[in-house]
Design a protein around this ligand. Structure first.
Ligand code: GLC
Length: 434
C-alpha cells in the first residue's frame, strides 16, 4: 500500500513537473510586445493572393471545387503591375492604423513571398517575380508601421497536407487523404523560419485554419509557437481557432465579432481572456479576398463605432481590405481609410494606448482609460444625463472636442454627467480627469 502511494506521489510530482515545464512563461520581451500591441489598437488586414484574379473571394478554390493543378496555372498570369508597397503603407498609415497583417500564404497554398520550400510562390510561379512581403516590410519600416503575417494551417494544394473535414480542401483533386503530416509540419516550420528571418522584426504570426481538421487533432502548436518565440523573442502568436487561448499564444482572436458577442456565428461559446490582448478582425465590405461585386461597405460611422467599441472592450480592431489583382486597393477602401484617418487624427488620443474603462460597455457607448483620464465615448444616447457607476472622485469633466466644461455631480455610487445639448453624430467624447 505504502509503495503504491509512494509511486502515485512520484507520478503526480512528475506530471506536475512536466506541466510546469510545458506551460508557456512569456518573457519580459513578450510582455512588453503584448502591451505595445494593445496600445496600437487599430490594424489593417490584407487578404491578397492569386485568387484576386478570379475576383470571387479567397475561398473560391474550395467553393467552386477547382482542381489544384489547374488552379496553380493561374499563377502564370499573376502580374500586379500597379502594386506599390509604399503607396499602400502611406495610405494605411494615414488611416491611423498602426500595423498591417497580410496573408503570407492562404488556404489555396500560394506563397506571396520568396520561399525555398514550395515552387507555388510569387518568385517562381509568376512573371511578377517581386517579393511582395519584402517590399511591404521595407515600406512598413519606413512608415513606422508594424508588420504581422497571417499564415494558413490548412493547404488545399499540397499533397502532404491531410484532407480536411467536409468543409474544405477535399475536392481540389489531391490524391492522398492522409497526406504526410510529418512532411507538411516540417514545411510549415521551414516557411515560418523564412518569414521570421528574411523580413526584419515581425509583430505577430496569425494562424488560421484550425477548424479544418477534426476536434482534438494535434497540430503540434507547441513546436510552432516555440519556434516563433525563439526566432523572434518579441513576435506574438495569434491563432484564429475561435476558442480560449492555448498555451503559447499571446493574442486572443475574434472573427467578425467583438469579444463576448456572436453575431457572425464564429464565436459560439468563445470565452474572453482576461489575461491576453484581444483582437477582433472584420471586413470593410463583406468578403476578405477581392470580390468584384462586393460594394456592401460599412459606413464611416459603422466602421468607427466598431473601432471605438472594440477599444471599449479592450480589443484591437483588424480591419480588412482585399486588394485587386492589379495591386491597387479598391476605391472605397481607400476613401474609408481616409475618413477613419481624419477622425483618428482628431480623436486618436482617446483610443491609442488606452485600456477598457471601469464602466462596462452600455447601449450608449463605452469608456476607456489612460493615466489619470477616463474617456467616455457616447455613441448614441437619448437621455440628458449619464450615470457612470463606480467612478470615484473626479476633478474635471470636459468635452474632448473643444474643452468646454461638462457639468457633473458625484454621489457615493458614481458620477452623473449632464450631457451637452447636442451630441456628435458619431461620438461625443467626454474627458474625465481623476
Ligand atoms: C476564416 C476564413 C478565411 C479568412 C479568415 C479571416 O478563417 O477561412 O478565409 O482568412 O477567416 O479571419
Amino acid at each position: 500500500m505504502k509503495t503504491k502511494l509512494f509511486t502515485l506521489c512520484l507520478l503526480v510530482a512528475f506530471a506536475s513537473g512536466i506541466l510546469a515545464q510545458s506551460a508557456y512563461r512569456p518573457t519580459e520581451a513578450i510582455m512588453k510586445a503584448r502591451s505595445e500591441f494593445q496600445d496600437r489598437k487599430f490594424g489593417i488586414f490584407i487578404h491578397w493572393g492569386i485568387y484576386a484574379m478570379l475576383a470571387t473571394g479567397e475561398w473560391t478554390m474550395n467553393i467552386n471545387n477547382l482542381n489544384y493543378k489547374e488552379y496553380a496555372q493561374l499563377a502564370g498570369g499573376f502580374y500586379p503591375s500597379r502594386f506599390n508597397a509604399d503607396e499602400w503603407v502611406s495610405e494605411i498609415a494615414a488611416s491611423g492604423a498602426k500595423y498591417i497583417c497580410i496573408t503570407s500564404r492562404h488556404h489555396d497554398g500560394f506563397s506571396m513571398f520568396d520561399t525555398k520550400y514550395s515552387d507555388f510562390n510569387i518568385m517562381t510561379a509568376t512573371p511578377f517575380k517581386r517579393d511582395i512581403l519584402k517590399e511591404l516590410a521595407d515600406a512598413c519600416q519606413k512608415h513606422g508601421i508594424k508588420l504581422h503575417f497571417y499564415y494558413s494551417l490548412a493547404d488545399w494544394s499540397r499533397e502532404d497536407y491531410p484532407w480536411g473535414t467536409a468543409r474544405s480542401g477535399r475536392r481540389s483533386g489531391r490524391p492522398n487523404p492522409q497526406g504526410n503530416w510529418a512532411a507538411y509540419y516540417q514545411f510549415m516550420k521551414n516557411q515560418l523560419t523564412e518569414l521570421l528571418t528574411n523580413y526584419g522584426p515581425i509583430g505577430a504570426i496569425w494562424f488560421d485554419g484550425n477548424w479544418d481538421q477534426r476536434a482534438g487533432f494535434d497540430w503540434g502548436y507547441a513546436g510552432l509557437y516555440s519556434l516563433i518565440h525563439t526566432l523572434q523573442p518579441s513576435c506574438l502568436v495569434a491563432n484564429n481557432h475561435h476558442g480560449m487561448p492555448l498555451d503559447g499564444e499571446d493574442i486572443q482572436v475574434f472573427e467578425r465579432d467583438l469579444p463576448g458577442e456572436n453575431h457572425g456565428g464564429y464565436s459560439e461559446g468563445q470565452g474572453v481572456s482576461d489575461r491576453l490582448p484581444l483582437e477582433t478582425c472584420e471586413t470593410m465590405n463583406t468578403a476578405w479576398g477581392y470580390k468584384i461585386d462586393d460594394f456592401r461597405y460599412k459606413t464611416k460611422k459603422e466602421t468607427l463605432h466598431l473601432l471605438i467599441k472594440a477599444a471599449g472592450k479592450n480589443a484591437n480592431l483588424l480591419l480588412n481590405i482585399g486588394p485587386r489583382p492589379d495591386g491597387t486597393l479598391p476605391d472605397r477602401s481607400i476613401s474609408l481609410m481616409k475618413e477613419v484617418g481624419e477622425w483618428m487624427k482628431a480623436n486618436g488620443e482617446t483610443i491609442y494606448g488606452t485600456r477598457a474603462g471601469s464602466v462596462a460597455p452600455h447601449e450608449w457607448g463605452v469608456t476607456m482609460q489612460k493615466g489619470n483620464k477616463t474617456y467616455v465615448h457616447i455613441l448614441s444616447c437619448e437621455d440628458k444625463t449619464l450615470f457612470l457607476p463606480g467612478i470615484s472622485k473626479i476633478k474635471k469633466a470636459a468635452s474632448f472636442a473643444d474643452g468646454t466644461a461638462v457639468r457633473f455631480t458625484q454621489t457615493k455610487e458614481g458620477v452623473i454627467l449632464t450631457l451637452p445639448a447636442t451630441l456628435d453624430e458619431i461620438d461625443t467624447i467626454i474627458e474625465l480627469t481623476h
